[in-house]
Design a protein around this ligand. Structure first.
Ligand code: HAM
Length: 423
């Protein structure tokens, strides 16, 4: 019997480690530059937490949660996202008593039972930030700018920010009524999924991927025409900041997208997504927005907040398009030319490693086979260990990436070797 990774999951293999680290490093360092600090919450929470926040009628809660009853009879879900968990932790640990806003970031696996397709997995990773305790549009801008700096650090080209405002819950109610009126005229033309959405959550029709619906939605009422003056001022203030950014950074592009509503219930005012030119779900690199009511819904004090989460797999896939990920992962392979010198070879290998030279000892095979091994794994060098080298207290080295140039290095000059190999 051969086992396979469960559908919608995958293994991260050694040759992908560098790319994953690169993405994680860009995220963590950018967040830290803006004064954000790491938070980690459990991978599973009480199911009710997601039902109350993400929303019972959303696809995520309705169809995609990995939920089960544990041995103590508790209803548990693997987290489908982490804003709810971070807010739960914020309240539970009394973070509202610290200086606000709390600037937090997280990284880890999330779980959604989705139909697997390119860019959509059942276990995936998110990096996210949450800025909790400031209602001003300045922090909406800060969060959007952090995301932009990360994408820029990773050298993504053709990225565009889509932005919209949903207003507050009262605005949303009025808007939803208006939307219902509009779509009721086309109800028979809408595909089944969107007819269902019409009944349960009309706003989601705007999110539809069905071509007919997209066409009909073009003339649908716009949220921005229904939001309160307070929400509108908030939105306009943010747009001024974005205008300013695009005037100083020609790569930065944004678009007000009236169809952007996002698939989670907790948002108010600002919602946004950054998309790349890849098609389908793969193209949405990250998404977020403001969620002022959420902490109060969870029993905390009324505390406004804003954040985003980025899909790490999507960023990694985007990067893989541009780089050759089969790089050297080892600096030196020791070629043992005399089998009696195996013990000395392990000591030499350890000396190299103590000078930060990544070293592997070739398998016990002929010298030719050991050389083939060094070439096959793309080692930067082959280091020959023989009797004469040991007598002279030196290493004889072939630089495999530099036309097999041959050099000798004294055993007490390994720093020099490190410089040569990593120059
Ligand atoms: P979300 O839009 O559901 O928002 O997910 C954010 C990002 O996670 C997406 O843009 C995408 O890159 C990635 N993602 C989502 N589902 C999958 C999947 N099945 N496979 C691969 N990648 C996926 C949230 O999760 C909110 N908590 C974001 C947020 C934070 N809002 C405020 N603060």
């Amino acid at each position: 019997m051969r086992f396979q990774a469960p559908r919608g999951t995958f293994d991260i293999l050694p040759n992908e480690e560098d790319t994953w680290n690169q993405v994680q490093h860009a995220c963590f360092e950018t967040a830290r530059l803006f004064g954000y600090r790491y938070i980690e919450t459990p991978i599973f929470e009480e199911s009710g937490l997601f039902e109350r926040t993400v929303g019972e009628d959303t696809d995520i809660v309705e169809k995609e949660m990995y939920s089960f009853e544990d041995k103590g009879g508790e209803n548990i879900s693997l987290r489908p996202e982490n804003t709810a968990g971070v807010c739960r932790a914020f309240i539970e640990n009394g973070l509202h008593n610290t200086t606000l806003p709390s600037r937090l970031f997280y990284y880890g696996p999330m779980f959604r039972y989705e139909r697997p397709q390119s860019g959509r997995y059942r276990q995936f990773h998110q990096f996210g930030i949450e800025c909790i305790g400031d209602e001003s549009p300045d922090v909406d801008y800060e969060v959007i700018k952090i995301a932009w700096d990360i994408l820029n650090t990773l050298n993504f080209s053709n990225v565009i920010l889509n932005i919209n405002s949903l207003g507050d819950s009262q605005d949303r109610f009025l808007y939803t009524e208006e939307l219902k009126k509009y779509f009721s005229k086309y109800l028979n033309d809408l595909p089944k999924v969107d007819q269902l959405r019409f009944e349960r959550s009309p706003l989601r029709i705007l999110d539809s991927k069905e071509e007919v619906t997209i066409k009909i939605s073009e003339e649908a009422p716009k949220t921005l025409d229904f939001i309160s003056s307070e929400s509108l001022i908030h939105h306009e203030n943010l747009i001024q900041n974005l205008e300013q950014l695009s005037s100083i950074d020609e790569k930065f592009q944004y678009k007000i997208n009236n169809r952007l509503v996002r698939g989670l219930d907790y948002y108010n005012k600002t919602v946004f997504e950054y998309t790349s030119d890849s098609s389908g779900p793969q193209g949405v690199l990250l998404g977020g927005g403001r969620y002022d009511p959420l902490i109060k819904i969870l029993g905390g004090q009324d505390t406004p907040a804003v954040g985003f989460a980025m899909g790490i797999e999507r960023a990694v896939n985007e990067l893989k398009k541009n780089i050759d990920i089969e790089k050297n992962y080892v600096d030196a392979v020791l070629i043992v030319t005399d089998e009696d010198l195996r013990i000395q070879s392990t000591q030499i290998a350890n000396s190299l490693r103590s000078h930060q030279i990544k070293t592997i000892i070739a398998p016990r095979k002929s010298i030719k086979a050991q050389m083939r091994f060094a070439n096959n794994i793309n080692s930067k060098s082959a280091v020959f260990i023989g009797k004469s080298e040991l007598e002279d207290n030196k290493l004889s080295i072939k630089l495999l990436q530099k036309k097999s140039e041959q050099i000798d290095i004294a055993m007490d000059d390994l720093n020099q070797l490190n410089k040569i190999l990593n120059s």
